[in-house]
Write a protein that binds this ligand. Structure first.
Ligand SMILES: Cc1ncc(COP(=O)(O)O)c(C=O)c1O
Length: 482
């Protein structure tokens, strides 16, 4: 099927895009003299632009399209649900799709993470987790706990609360002051480990985990509510945890009564070969936040899974014993009080999104996508490691179908690029050149410059080879431009 649009249609779309559309995290001026890239269709591991040109979707859109594009059975599930019941809120009411999906997610999640609170996005999931932590501690009589620890350069979302958890100063600065309580601890970038642990991955892991304990002590033991960590940290370029890191963090959290939140907005739903990243690394968080891959992007959905222990104070309570009041929007007669989680989002757990998530998980099962990732992740890594023969490739790191390639100016010293060079290299050349060469991936300099890959979970050797070949040719050219 041809996807090419006509010349006039292409020109009209460009004009409207440039006049009216505001792209996220995008320097809009960069499109003053060039076309806004427009993707019009997807099929399997590929997407197509308005000219009909094909691109390998090496980023699964934005770490989202786990099952790949163009799955009619998932689209049909959405259509069926929209016809049956397009919308009803989860405020006081339930609908079968949210019930069935909550039951299914609870069965898939590790340990006693049995309760699902839906949202529409990852930021809302993170926001919800922090709010739950704060209200939970107030409810159980520890009202001074409100702070959250997270790692440097980690991205946890953009709403004000989630941004306060995020560890990227540059995207926070325009919005300061943010809600108080965000505290940074070191990330697990072993390639750039401090010299006293640079030769010993285990010692590095112990140090990085123990820094969480030191931060809790520094901030005041009774003031810390939660630690937010991704199984493999995305921002900065795929930092996997050193061996034993999460086990040590779990011990620290238990010792100080701090909640451990596994932010799996990227790492859940097969990205690391398991339904949940925490499963891969063998730890049991108190809360898992998720979004993205739960629907593979066929509709928006996020949420948090919480343990029975965290839910417990919200499962009982005599209304008459607590301050209650009525709200009229959007349900009627909810009685709110100390035993009600005072939080909600109109579109959270949308029936169409939940139906889509169920159909998405059916595809996971039918095609054993977790098995595909586990069987092929070694081949993916091997394909990317071939790039080590290029002078610009400093580090290849990641797990599952989630990899970062760190670019360096000098391999032997690990010297990175200065801001100007990084700007010229990433924005001035690499982003466009990779796209022009037919690969969607991310050239990112929120930490040191990296290229990130996170392809659909259906990818196999032919796709790994294609990624390697495109990266090889573009990175070879990039080196001549430094
Ligand atoms: C780990 C993590 N948390 C939270 C978010 C925010 O998710 P969303 O963009 O759906 O709000 C992201 C987005 O990439 C993420 O990677």
């Amino acid at each position: 099927m041809s996807t090419a649009y006509g010349k006039d249609e292409i020109a009209a779309l460009q004009e409207k895009a440039k006049r009216h559309l505001w792209l996220h995290f995008t320097r809009m001026s960069s499109y003053a003299d060039s076309d806004v890239p427009v993707i019009v269709r997807g099929e399997g591991q590929y997407v197509y632009d308005q000219y009909g040109k094909r691109y390998l979707d090496g980023l699964a859109g934005l770490f989202v399209s786990q099952i790949g594009h163009g799955r009619t059975e998932v689209a049909e599930a959405a259509s069926r649900q929209a016809k049956e019941l397009a919308y009803f809120p989860l405020w006081s009411y339930a609908h079968p799709q949210a019930i069935e999906l909550a039951d299914r997610l609870a069965a898939l999640a590790p340990g006693d993470l049995n309760r699902v609170f839906f949202t529409t996005s990852g930021s809302e999931a993170v926001e919800s987790a922090w709010k739950l932590a704060k209200q939970y501690f107030k409810t159980i009589g520890q009202p001074s706990r409100y702070k959250v620890l997270s790692r440097t350069i980690a991205y946890h979302g953009t709403s004000m609360g989630a941004l306060a958890v995020t560890g990227l100063p540059a995207i926070k600065e325009p919005f300061e002051p943010l809600p108080p309580g965000g505290v940074r601890v070191p990330n697990t970038n072993f390639y750039r480990a401090p010299s006293f642990v640079a030769d010993d991955l285990n010692a590095f892991g112990v140090w990085a985990a123990d820094e969480i304990e030191r931060a809790i002590q520094r901030e005041g033991e009774d003031s810390v509510a939660a630690v937010f960590l991704e199984p493999v940290q995305n921002s900065g370029g795929c930092f996997p945890p050193p061996p034993g890191y999460f086990q040590r963090v779990r011990e620290i959290c238990d010792k100080y009564g701090v909640l451990m939140v596994s932010d799996e907005v990227i790492c859940a739903f097969g990205r690391l070969g398991y339904y949940f990243g925490s499963e891969r690394y063998g730890y049991k968080p108190d809360i898992i936040t998720f979004a993205k891959g739960v629907t593979s992007g066929y509709a928006p959905l996020g949420g948090m899974l919480v343990t029975d222990r965290l839910m417990e104070p919200f499962t009982h309570g005599n209304h008459s014993e607590h301050k209650t009041h009525h709200i009229t929007e959007p349900g009627v007669g909810e009685r709110l009080g100390a035993n009600t989680f005072l939080h909600g989002v109109t579109f959270a757990g949308h029936p169409v999104s939940c139906a889509v998530a169920m159909a998405n998980l059916d595809v996971f099962e039918k095609e054993d996508l977790l098995g595909n990732v586990r069987a092929n992740e070694g081949a993916f890594r091997a394909a990317l490691e071939k790039l080590y023969d290029l002078p610009i490739v400093g580090d290849v790191r990641g797990a599952g179908y989630f990899y970062g390639i760190e670019l360096v100016k000098d391999k032997s010293t690990r010297e990175t690029f200065d801001d100007d060079e990084s700007e010229r290299l990433l924005r001035g050349f690499l982003s466009h050149a990779l796209f022009d060469a037919g690969l969607i991936c991310r050239a990112d300099d929120r930490g040191d410059p990296v290229i990130q890959l996170s392809p659909p979970l259906t990818c196999t050797q032919e796709h790994f080879d294609q990624m390697e070949q495109i990266l090889r040719s573009v990175l070879t050219e990039a080196w001549t431009k430094i």
